[in-house]
Design a protein around this ligand. Structure first.
Ligand SMILES: Nc1nc2c(ncn2[C@@H]2O[C@H](COP(=O)(O)OP(=O)(O)OP(=O)(O)O)[C@@H](O)[C@H]2O)c(=O)[nH]1
Length: 293
């Protein structure tokens, strides 16, 4: 049995129509929960799936979530798709000192979803490319200098038709990872347009990092590392090349963000100042270096 929980929040107004149209044509074993925001659709779903109730703060569902349960099995046998619900209710999830919202941006196909999966699960999704629909998120807690920072990472759809959905999420993001694909010139050329969009919709002091992804595919490279560096310098943002496939600099990107957020959140009197660009420059690995390529 598959249960779909539809959001009803102003941010996701295009989702219900899209998903109802898409899923209502599927077999009857699918059940869709619909109703106003806050009536308890997600709680009902978690209660059914795991046999427990998540008390406390209400966080509106973004887009759509689903869970499967074998009706012959016991409650809790099937976990929620992305682990968010169990994570929210486990004691470990409460164990962090500060939280930050990070968004992944860039053209469709540059590797945003793979980048996130590599960071979250240490795995690479090869071959099949399934474009992200709208927006999705994952949580991960990282420890920097003894401080646990919960990163809420939002993976956005790069396709133009989802832009109006993703714009709404820029506002309260503390950090943006802007990706291009080193084997795709137009994804690099579009970075300026992305930066214009960011300046229009995001907070003024948002942390931005430029990432040239797919650095493992050196044979198909069309954008030189120096070009990425030059563009980043022009906009005053840190830059590095990454590979969602090998993992090169993936963790570093998020750690640098976490360090910056930690620094901003609790600047102590005698704490040395933290410069994210210097940190990234000192830590980043370069393609061709070490064992990554
Ligand atoms: N070789 C290589 N392939 C990659 C890398 N990152 C992603 N890919 C491949 O590139 C394709 C697109 O990756 P996605 O992560 O789905 O791209 P996306 O940016 O999330 O795309 P949208 O969801 O449409 O915005 C997939 O076929 C991936 O396997 C990488 O670092 N190296």
């Amino acid at each position: 049995m598959e249960v779909l929980s539809l959001p009803d929040s102003p941010h996701s107004d295009t989702f219900p129509v899209y998903f109802l149209r898409r899923h209502l044509s599927l077999p009857l074993v699918q059940t869709i929960l619909v109703g106003d925001s806050g009536v308890g659709k997600t709680s009902l779903l978690v209660q059914f799936d795991q046999g427990k109730f998540i008390p406390g703060s209400f966080s509106a569902t973004v887009g759509i979530g689903f869970t499967s349960r074998d009706m012959t099995g016991t409650p809790g046998a099937a976990a929620a798709r992305d682990g968010e619900a169990p994570e929210r209710s486990s004691p470990c999830s409460l164990s962090y000192d500060l939280t930050g919202k990070v968004m992944l941006l860039g053209d469709s196909g540059v590797g945003k979803t793979c980048f996130l999966i590599q960071f979250k699960d240490g795995a690479f999704l090869s071959r099949t490319f399934i474009a992200t629909v709208g927006i999705d998120f994952r949580n991960k807690v990282v420890t920097v200098d003894g401080v646990r920072v919960k990163l809420q990472i939002w993976d956005t759809a790069g396709q133009e038709r989802f832009r109006s959905v993703t714009h709404a999420y820029y506002r309260d993001a503390q950090a943006l990872l802007l990706l291009y694909d080193i084997t795709n010139k137009s994804s690099f050329d579009n970075i300026r347009a992305w930066l214009t969009e960011i300046h229009e919709y995001a907070q003024r002091d948002v942390v931005i990092m430029l990432l040239g992804n797919k650095a493992d595919v050196s044979s198909e490279r069309v954008i030189r590392s120096e070009d990425g560096e030059m563009l980043a310098r022009e906009y005053g943002v840190p830059f590095m090349e990454t590979s969602a496939k090998t993992g090169m600099n993936v963790e570093l990107a998020f750690l640098a963000i976490a360090k910056e957020l930690k620094y901003r959140a609790g600047r102590q009197a005698n704490e040395p100042s933290f410069q994210i660009r210097d940190y990234v420059e000192s830590q980043k690995k370069r393609p061709g270096c070490c064992s990554f390529v």
